[in-house]
Design a protein around this ligand. Structure first.
Ligand code: MG
Length: 389
């Protein structure tokens, strides 16, 4: 196997941490010439020293200046801002880009990496939800591999291995159900940001954790699955599985169902995706079947968790409706974290934005970015009129 030469965009986050664990266990197969993050330059410095990284990107300008003035990055090349991240993603010494920066920041560097012929290990959700059509088209044209790092999509990817596309009946995406899966509506009205920032099984960043609690995250994953695996909305079903051992399943035309099972650690998905088609050295303990293990499954409740219903609505509406779903959700989550709206209002803002939104079939990235800002403005207006007095 060709030695992997990774650029990790989002090296200081939870996906970055897990990727570094996988790299540390497979030093003969993985090198890390480049890393980047938003502003935690001290952590970047530590990673750069531990993994002998030559190129370091810092998105935030002030953090970049601080890092430069510290004099601690001697012998390493520092990059700043979005152009810096894009430069890092297209370096000749890199052959795979781990796209793990959150939000729309990932769009430009990842597309540039695809154009430069780099394989993509994809953790960022917005990329496919906003611009799936263009990202997948570019990947096909440049013959680069789009390897899914998200545990659900990686699970599906593993279950599909060696199967014929025409034999696949549907994808079964599992969801833990989030923090509030057993809450009544009355309890949901009392949820505070601090409550929503805890996740029962997974350790993730704040935006993803809140999205998990509303099932908006699962909605984004359904949309992602459509692009990654070329499925219709009816071929993607969500299953609540509270233990997070089964990371997703594939049902075939004969009725058989294959599942991917591991403890809830991202290292399994990351190791499989980046080292595919080989298997890497074990990073975490697998499930121990000498002990009692229970697993249960149930359909999701889209009455108590309307964000999931809205995601399917957007997917069926097509075009830039999924962009509007993502944009309005981002705006609503930010206002919830600030304490300006209640947790239950997140879904209302998303639903109202979508019902007032006319999706278009995008012909360029600019169309998508315009729909994104329109939806953000609409969501902000709904919040202002309804909740802020
Ligand atoms: Mg996931």
């Amino acid at each position: 196997m060709l030695k992997l030469k990774l650029a990790i965009l989002g090296a200081t986050g939870s996906i970055g941490d897990s990727t570094l664990k996988v790299a540390a266990k497979n030093p003969d197969r993985i090198e890390i010439p480049a890393i980047a993050a938003n502003k935690n330059w001290r952590k970047l410095l530590k990673i750069a020293q531990d993994f002998n990284v030559a190129h370091v990107g810092i998105f935030d300008e002030n953090a970049y200046k601080e890092a430069k003035e510290s004099g601690l990055f001697e012998g390493k090349k520092l990059y700043c801002g979005l152009s810096g991240l894009t430069e890092i993603a297209t370096l000749p010494e890199v052959n795979m880009v781990v796209a793990a920066v959150v939000g729309t920041t990932a769009l430009k560097p990842t597309l540039a990496a695809i154009e430069a012929g780099k394989d993509i290990a994809l953790a960022n959700k917005e990329l496919l939800v906003m611009a799936g059509k263009f990202v997948m088209e570019a990947a096909r044209r440049k013959k680069v591999r789009m390897l899914p790092l998200d545990s659900e999509h990686n699970a599906i990817f593993q279950c599909l291995h060696g199967e014929r596309r025409c034999d696949v009946a549907k994808l079964l995406i599992t969801a833990s159900g989030g923090m509030f899966r057993d809450y009544t509506y009355e309890q949901m009205l009392q949820i505070k940001p601090a409550d929503a920032l805890k996740h029962p099984n997974w350790n993730m960043g704040p935006k993803v954790t809140i999205d998990s609690s509303t099932l908006a995250n699962k909605g984004l994953e359904v949309i992602e699955a459509k692009w990654l695996f070329d499925m219709t909305p009816d071929q993607i079903q969500v299953v609540v599985h509270r233990q997070s051992y089964v990371h997703s399943m594939v049902q075939f035309v004969d009725g058989s169902i294959l599942a991917h099972i591991s403890p809830p650690s991202m290292t399994f998905a990351i190791s499989h995706s980046i080292l595919y088609p080989e298997r890497g050295n074990q990073v975490c303990e697998p499930l121990d079947f000498t002990k009692v293990i229970s697993m249960d499954f149930a359909p999701p409740d889209t009455v108590r968790f309307p964000c999931l219903r809205h995601a399917y609505g957007a997917l069926r509406a097509g075009g830039t409706a999924t962009t509007a779903f993502n944009a309005s959700n981002e705006v609503a989550v930010a206002e919830f974290i600030k304490g300006n709206i209640r947790w239950v209002d997140i879904a209302s803002v998303v639903g109202e934005t979508l019902s007032a939104f006319n999706p278009i079939e995008p012909t360029s990235l600019d169309d998508i970015l315009e729909s994104d800002s329109l939806a953000r403005a609409r969501a902000a207006e709904i919040i202002k009129n309804k909740f802020l007095h």
